[in-house]
Each structure stands twice: as C-alpha cells, then as structure tokens.
Design a protein around this ligand. Sequence first.
Ligand SMILES: Cc1cc2nc3c(=O)[nH]c(=O)nc-3n(C[C@H](O)[C@H](O)[C@H](O)COP(=O)(O)OP(=O)(O)OC[C@H]3O[C@@H](n4cnc5c(N)ncnc54)[C@H](O)[C@@H]3O)c2cc1C
Length: 352
Amino acid sequence: MNVAIAGAGIAGGYLAGLLEQRGISPDVYDGRDHATSCKCRSCGWGVPMDINTYLTDVGLDLKDYLIEPMSPMNFDGLVAETPLCTIHKPRLLRDFAGAAGVKRQNLDPEKAEDYDIVVDATGITRALLPPCSSELTLPTLQHRVAVESNGNDRLGAGVYGNRIPGLGYLWIFPLGNSHYHIGIGGIGHIRHDSLLERFYRDSSGMFSFTGQCSCHGSIRVASPHYSTPFYVRRTRNDGTPQLVIGVGESIGTVSPFTGEGIVHSLECARILADSWPNSEDYTKAVLARFAWMKKERETLDYLLSPEGKSGPRMRDRWRFFRNARRSGIKLPMLEAFRQMGTLSQWVENPDL
Ligand SMILES: Cc1cc2nc3c(=O)[nH]c(=O)nc-3n(C[C@H](O)[C@H](O)[C@H](O)COP(=O)(O)OP(=O)(O)OC[C@H]3O[C@@H](n4cnc5c(N)ncnc54)[C@H](O)[C@@H]3O)c2cc1C
C-alpha cells in the first residue's frame, strides 16, 4: 500500500515516525514555502512540558528542544504556575523530517494520484481535503524581538487579553538570550501592528525592543467538530480507490480559546496511527477526544454574536476555567472567572 503524507509540520512529521514503527513507510512531502526567517510556519513555540510523552514515542527527548520554562506566567496581572515552556520548534521539525526523509516539494493533486492513502497534514492550508464546514480562523501577527532591560526587571512570560479590543490576546514567550516571541491574535476589527506598537510604547520605560523578524499567520479555531469532513474516498483516474484523510490543524485540532495546536496535533496524529487506516473509528475517536473544543468554539460564536455583547455567560466562564485547568495552569476558580469577565470588555470595544 502506497502512503503519502502532505505536510511535514508537527502532525505530519510525527505521524511519519509513528507509521514507520508500524512497518509503513510513507513518502513525506513539504515545499516549506514559508516567508519566515525560521523557515517554519509562524508559531509561538509554547507547549506543555508533557509534550515529552509524545516525543519519547519516536525516540526524541524534550531536553534537546527545551528553550525555557514559562513558569510563573502572567495572565493579565495574575501570576500563576504553569507547566508550559518554549521549545526550539524548527529543530524538532528538522528531527522529525530527518527520520522521515522529506521531499522538498508540495504534494499536488497529480502526484497524489500515485498513492492509495494520502494524509492531508497541511495545517491551515488544508490543501487536499474539500473545504470544511466552517473556516473560522484567528489572524495573527508575531515579532521576534531582542529585549534589553532599562533597569533590573526581566520581561516575563505572559498572556494578556485585556490589551486586545475584540476577541483575542497578546503573548510574550521567552526564547532565551533575551529574545522573545511577542504576538497578537485577534478576531474582529483589530489592527495587530498598531496594538503591538502600543505595547512597545507602553513598555518603553522598562524595556528597549529591537525587532529581529515579523510574520503574519492564521490559526484554524473552528474546532474539529466544525472541520469535517476528516476524510474522503475517491476514485483515481485509473479507476482504483483512494483515501484522503486529514490530521492536525487541517481538521481543526487547535484550542479555539488559546490557539494552542502543537500538542493537540501530536495527539491527533497518535489517534490516526492507532486506528490506521480505519477512517470511521478515527473520526469517532477525534470527535470524542476533542469534544471540549466544540464547546470552546460555541463560546466564540456566542461572544461574536449580538447576544454575546452582554458578556460571557456562566457556562463560558466555566469553559475558560476548564481550559486553564486542562493546560495545568493553576488559576484559582474565582480568579479564572474574573479573567473571563475581561473578555466581555474585549467584545464591547471591538473598534478600539
Ligand atoms: C502566530 C502563531 C502562533 C502560534 N503559537 C502556538 C504556540 O505557541 N503553541 C501551540 O501549541 N500552537 C501555536 N500555534 C498553532 C500551531 O502552530 C499549529 O496548530 C500547529 O503547528 C499545527 O500543526 P500541523 O502539523 O497540523 O500544521 P503545520 O504546522 O501548519 O504544518 C503544515 C505543513 O504543511 C505544509 N504544506 C502546506 N501545503 C502543502 C502541500 N500541498 N504539500 C505538502 N506540504 C504542504 C506546510 O509547509 C507546513 O509545513 C500558533 C500558530 C500561529 C499562527
């Protein structure tokens, strides 16, 4: 059976390693035509430390990629312990790719004809599957900056929702050697570049910022439930059947609240490898495993609707709290509920 994986990002690169262990040697394609200086898709590189359970499955070790723990972390002024860290994602992708032997070209439909099974691991592009039922995406702008302290303070890791009008947040993720990813993701009438400039201006008393690079991106925040179909069966030009099946962000395995997709795309790839190649079982398992993402997506829909102008409901606050708990962030319940309250301000001032 000929198998191709389109996309050597997190999901595709990891899946290739898992399939190899099961005696399947897929051909992996990735043109990597990203206009970024790290040659990867725009990303903050933030993950939970327990990503290591996935890495060890394919013979890798977090310590070879760990840049910096992100504990404590500032959430709109509230400082909490987290199990988060930053990793050298380009190096991880290189090591995934090293094992798989990636072909440096995109998989186009003509070449895809050669394969019995084609995996669409093309992330936001979703190059081979038909369009999904919802295309809700979060536009982003991220800078890599060198930060110099004007005193003794060090810029800490943080996530700030109250700096963003509309629905979104600003993140500060340390990359070692006084470098940081500072980015903004926001839905609505948000001027990402002027909000980042405002952040630099507001912080200029304490820190000096020197830009290294900048990239725009988009995150699929539709949730898996609204990113169907996960697979299609088609007939090739020579009359033989072909299965095209999605994995990772191409089928929406990203937290709609936070845009966190790395660890969830690894989990999705693991589910696909475990159910290979039973597409029905895979679909059921993904929808069940990420059912919470559907609820987060419904909160986004509500907050973006006219009724949502009155602010988050109790169930939205509960989902926010559950999200923090799921990520191992130790926000006290009352504080988490208060934080969610700031979300209503973002929505109430969409044109700021
Ligand atoms: C600004 C920004 C910041 C983010 N920060 C974080 C974060 O800190 N933590 C986190 O967990 N998540 C973060 N995310 C989300 C995370 O990056 C993604 O959810 C995750 O990388 C998805 O992995 P993937 O393998 O499914 O897709 P991708 O990583 O997007 O990989 C898809 C690959 O497919 C390739 N491709 C595209 N078309 C084709 C084709 N036709 N043929 C072959 N290859 C193709 C692309 O070149 C790419 O390498 C961020 C996203 C953005 C935009």
